[in-house]
Design a protein around this ligand. Structure first.
Ligand SMILES: [Zn+2]
Length: 666
């Protein structure tokens, strides 16, 4: 490269990194994957090393991670809070170990490996055993005082009996456990609120929230990994972890002292294999020289200590070329943009499509066809577009724009006030919506009409035999028999299936209607409270708002549904067909475990496993053989299977002991 090209390239990289920094730290948006960001930073570092005279003052390579936020008191750290040098390369870990060994040719040197937690670094100051202040890492020299926030959402030892010295500082990582994150998102989903992207963003958001009271419900956790007392030094990092633990801090759930690169690599692989079972998101392993005297001798660069390195796992991430964007129509008419890209392997499957969420998100991403996009698996199942490689943008590509009219029926799209989603208002004539509504109605957790799958729905819609759920109950044998795929037996089965669904209880009927934002849980609450469709139809806004966990958005959606003449016709049809519109008074028709799935493992004191299965089934629940996303509870006895236990913990599935199970059935 010509010198002028190199300096241009350096400028380009600096602009990009600053852009992403601003997105991340000021707006809380990650436009690029961590991996992509680290690659940019590494490219810049390499260029600066090769051409030191072209290096900018205040280059992003000199600045430690995070920026300061407005509205917080700024506090200088007593010793700088450096960030660790990061690598994705095993060879660089080996080189780090060799370098350290060379510095101490006549002494033994060992290393301590700790899982790298994806959270927010904090410094906690104690005086005479009392917690006085909590500060974020900030730019490494100074951070934000978040003491007030921490008091709301992060339990830390407030008073330490017999502190090892008068004043000391504890450093570590604040984070949100996978289970809390999952529960928080389920609650948001139930209220129809947008979901949080990852535990790290919400941890940072919680500690920097403007509304301190509002973050009370967000439980954060903390692992300590550093102890600094001017008059008390731990001889090793291992001793520091032991001390922190004795002082009442949680420390990383696993760590290991290693003597050479082979042991370190073995630990890195061990963590890679078991990180999914840990309660917290782990994105790598931190390797530190264990003895503090040796750490001091090794010193630091302007940005990082020389005695530690962070090895980061390659994320479950891929990049690909955006080929086209299509617009998918859901059962409620909501239009979702979907990115189609060249197929790439990602976490064990080949992916070619990922959600782009909504029109605002699409506009914000400012996509062009031909862009290189980063894809990650959110919640390890559904792929999502997490960023664009702006460095490789095709300026001649076509910009991607949201559509104005329905891709299926051509109707002009609408957007409700205060909503991000556009929808097709043509409920009565838009085929994908009709199909979606029927499939939802027939869903296992709704009316459970087994024989009514996607193919059958297509056939019935095409033959114009049904349009809405109410039409299903009016289907006649003669009309169905002889349609594609239907002979005497299959026709009888379908009709018997449909008629059989009339016994489904009222709460499932309410869920089956497919009212926007009314999931299973909300449907059950409505059914239990109102006990009949008639009373629900007569409910006022105020009455609905009084129900626990039912917010304005859900209430509005219910009211809109009930006063819609089209839906009223469907409801009348369903009522005439004999579908359950009331919940009979003795409450036991709504069994404590209806539509809940259980897995049983281990041995029990009060019953055998077979008896346990019968108890659960008698209470309306189902017992499944293995842990999956469909499971609501794991019932664990003694000798519970370790893989079931770790899987349940990883999925955030509540684990019940036998007494708890019995209590729930009462
Ligand atoms: Zn449409």
């Amino acid at each position: 490269m010509e010198p002028s090209d190199i300096s241009k390239e350096i400028k380009r990289l600096i602009d990009l990194i600053r852009y992403y920094n601003e997105c991340y730290f000021q707006k809380g948006i990650s436009e690029i994957s961590d991996y992509g960001y680290d690659q940019l930073l590494e490219r810049l570092t390499r260029l600066e090393e090769a051409h030191p005279h072209l290096k900018w003052p205040n280059s992003p390579t000199e600045v430690v991670g995070e920026r300061l936020s407005k509205g917080f008191e700024v506090v200088y750290h007593q010793t700088p809070m450096l960030s660790l040098a990061k690598t994705y390369s095993e060879i660089e870990v080996v080189q780090f170990v060799e370098r350290a060994k060379k510095m101490f040719p006549n002494a033994t040197i060992d290393f301590i490996c700790e899982p790298k937690i994806d959270g927010v670094a904090l410094s906690i100051l104690y005086e005479k055993g009392r917690l006085v202040r909590v500060v974020t890492r900030g730019d490494g020299e100074k951070g934000d005082d978040v003491t007030r926030h921490v008091a709301q959402c992060l339990p830390l030892p407030q008073n330490i009996q017999n502190p090892p010295c008068d004043a000391f500082e504890v450093r570590g990582e604040a984070f949100m456990s996978k289970a809390v994150f999952k529960a928080l998102n389920s609650a948001r989903k139930a209220k129809g609120e947008p979901l949080w992207a990852n535990p790290r963003n919400i941890t940072a958001g919680t500690l920097k929230a403007l509304d301190v009271e509002g973050v009370k419900a967000r439980q954060l956790a903390f692992y300590g990994y550093g102890f600094y007392g001017p008059s008390y030094t731990c001889p090793t990092q291992q001793a520091a972890l032991a001390l922190l633990s004795a002082l009442g801090f949680s420390v990383p759930p696993t760590y290991k002292v290693c003597h050479n690169s082979v042991e370190i690599m073995a630990y890195i692989r061990y963590c890679a294999q078991y990180k999914k079972d840990l309660p917290v998101e782990v994105d790598g392993v931190v390797i530190k020289v264990n003895k503090l005297a040796q750490q001091d001798r090794m010193g630091r660069t302007s940005k990082s200590p020389r005695w530690a390195i962070a090895y980061k796992y390659q994320p479950e991430r891929a990049h690909s070329t955006l080929q086209r964007v299509t617009f998918q129509l859901g059962r409620t008419g909501i239009v979702t943009p979907v990115a189609h890209f060249s197929p790439v392997p990602l976490a064990g499957t080949t992916v070619r499509r990922a959600s782009l969420y909504n029109a605002d998100e699409l506009a914000r991403r400012d996509l062009y066809l031909g862009d290189t996009i980063f894809i990650e698996k959110g919640g390890e199942i559904i792929p999502k577009v997490v960023g664009i490689d702006r460095a490789r943008r095709h300026t001649d590509g076509q910009p991607v724009r949201f559509i104005c009219s329905c891709p299926a029926c051509g109707t002009l799209l609408h957007r409700a006030a205060g909503c991000v989603a556009y929808y097709c208002p043509n409920k009565q004539g838009c085929l994908p919506q009709l199909k979606g509504a029927l499939l939802h109605f027939a869903h296992r957790k709704a009316m459970d009409i087994d024989a009514l799958g996607p193919k059958t729905v297509d056939t019935l819609l095409e033959a114009k035999l049904v349009q809405t759920a109410a039409d299903l109950y009016r289907l006649r044998y003669d009309a169905v028999n002889g349609l594609a795929g239907f002979q005497a037996l299959s026709t009888q089965r379908l009709l018997a299936n449909i008629q059989g669904s009339k016994t489904r209880p009222f709460d499932r009927v309410l869920f089956a209607l497919g009212i926007q934002h009314v999931g299973e849980t909300v449907a059950r609450k409505l059914a239990l409270h109102f006990r009949s469709m008639e009373r629900l139809q007569g409910a006022t806004e105020a009455e609905l708002l009084q129900l626990p966990d039912i917010g304005e958005k859900i209430v509005q959606s219910i009211l809109d549904y009930l006063k819609d003449p089209y839906q009223q016709t469907i409801l009348n049809g369903l009522q005439a067909a004999g579908v359950q519109f009331i919940l009979p008074e003795p409450v036991d028709t709504l069994l404590p475990f209806s539509s809940k799935n259980f897995v049983i493992s281990g041995t029990f004191q009060k019953f055998t496993r077979a008896e346990c299965t019968k108890l659960i089934e008698a209470a309306g629940g189902r017992v499944l053989p293995a842990i999956s996303s469909k499971v609501d509870y794991l019932v664990a006895g003694t000798k519970v299977g370790p893989s079931k236990l770790t899987k349940a913990m990883a999925w955030g599935i509540p684990i019940l002991e036998e007494d708890e199970l019995i209590k729930m059935m009462a």
